[in-house]
Write a protein that binds this ligand. Structure first.
Ligand SMILES: [Zn+2]
Ligand SMILES: [Zn+2]
Length: 389
């Protein structure tokens, strides 16, 4: 098969779409304008998009009419609740919302891949299902899409996803076999004591007594309960409690996150945290409750799917484009929920412009939009290959 190529006119159109979305960022589950742009472009390709999936998601199917598998391509659309400070002519016009994670570029990549596949529909096999998903930043959108039936009718056999990466030069595609991104869980520890006069400590039960035990205990989980070669980040980011300097503290709340690359380890950490809470409560005469919420499981790439994806990309973009990442990311990605249903492969699309050094989620994040072309070509090549058998 001749490698895919993006026509200059279409590339310019995708850049225009990207900049339009960038200028008008929308937060999780509020991506209405973005979804309308996506819908209009997909309809212009001859597809019949369904809107309102999981609230603001858009789904469209390209059916070649020939035997083959159904390959899903997942794209996220939401922005972050922050104000952009980057000096670009298409800067966010919305105070308190910005595409500082590059999901605007992802939308253009997804639409670019859709146009490449539509143009070649007479030579391809199987079906391609484009899933434009809301609310990745809150790690809620993927589950909402699954619950809304986005992986059914037609049933998706295999799913591709990607994220732009400012750690890689534009034009490169990063990948990693096995665990690629961490599972992410949020926990809240509520400690209840009893208020009293600070001059008479025995008149109350000081909830703050639990604090050093809990913080030390959390560090001990990392040191004593989890194998040394297992990546684990257990952080408390917020502590609130107390009423006044002369009142014994009757309530304190700790909020934190747990990141691991192994769902079994995550379960062990949760169990250890609950034991720690119970023991602390006994020792301090407080009541300690733990709420644990898994926001995303670990993202594990399916070996066969990733291998075939890489072979297809190599044929299209050349072997030099591919970069094997030496470490997984400890960030969470709700794309991981899909892999509980179907085999997945997730790629990092290099988006580091020359001389630029920025990071995702920074207020001046600069995502090199030339990544649109690389991303679209990579996803379309891989999808065509995966659908063929
Ligand atoms: Zn993000
Ligand atoms: Zn992102």
């Amino acid at each position: 098969m001749t490698p895919f190529s993006l026509e200059p006119g279409r590339y310019d159109e995708l850049v225009r779409i990207r900049r339009d979305i960038h200028r008008h960022p929308e937060l999780a589950f509020a991506e209405r304008r973005t979804a309308a742009i996506v819908r209009q472009d997909l309809a212009g390709l001859g597809l019949d998009p369904i809107c309102g999936v999981a609230g603001t998601g858009v789904v469209a199917v390209l059916d070649t009419g020939r035997a083959g598998r159904t390959v899903g391509l997942r794209v996220d659309m939401d922005a972050l609740p922050m104000t952009e400070t980057a000096d670009v002519p298409f800067k966010s016009e919305v105070t308190g919302a910005a595409h500082t994670c590059g999901h605007d570029v992802h939308c253009a990549i997804g639409l670019g891949a859709a146009s490449l596949l539509c143009k070649r529909r007479d030579t391809l096999r199987g079906r391609f299902k484009f899933l434009f998903q809301p609310a990745e930043e809150t790690l809620e959108g993927a589950r909402a899409m699954i619950e809304a039936g986005a992986l059914e009718a037609p049933a998706v056999d295999v799913l591709l996803g990607c994220h732009n990466s400012p750690q890689l030069d534009t034009g490169r595609i990063g990948y990693r076999h096995g665990a690629s991104m961490a599972s992410s869980s949020a926990f809240v520890i509520d400690v209840r004591g009893a208020a009293g006069h600070a001059a008479h400590p025995r008149s109350g039960v000081d909830a703050l007594q639990a604090l050093p035990m809990l913080l030390a205990g959390l560090n001990a989980i990392r040191a004593k309960e989890v194998a040394a070669d297992q990546p684990l980040i257990l952080s408390v980011g917020r502590i609130q409690g107390g009423r006044a300097r002369n009142v014994i503290c009757d309530a304190v709340t700790l909020e934190g996150t747990c990141r691991t690359l192994d769902d079994t380890v995550r379960g062990e950490v949760e169990a250890a945290l609950r034991r720690l809470a119970q023991g602390t409560a006994t020792a301090t005469r407080t009541q300690v409750d733990v709420q644990w919420h898994t926001l995303a499981p670990a993202l594990i790439n399916d070996r066969d799917t990733l291998d075939r994806t890489l072979r297809a990309i190599e044929r299209c973009l050349g072997a030099d484009a591919l970069v094997e990442l030496d470490a997984p990311s400890m960030g969470g990605e709700d794309f991981a929920w899909y892999r509980q249903r179907v085999p997945v492969a997730h790629l990092r699309i290099g988006s580091r412009g020359a001389g630029r050094s920025t990071q995702l989620h920074q207020s001046d994040y600069f995502c090199d939009e030339r990544a649109i072309e690389t991303g679209a070509l990579a996803l379309a090549s891989a999808a065509a290959e995966l659908a063929a058998s």
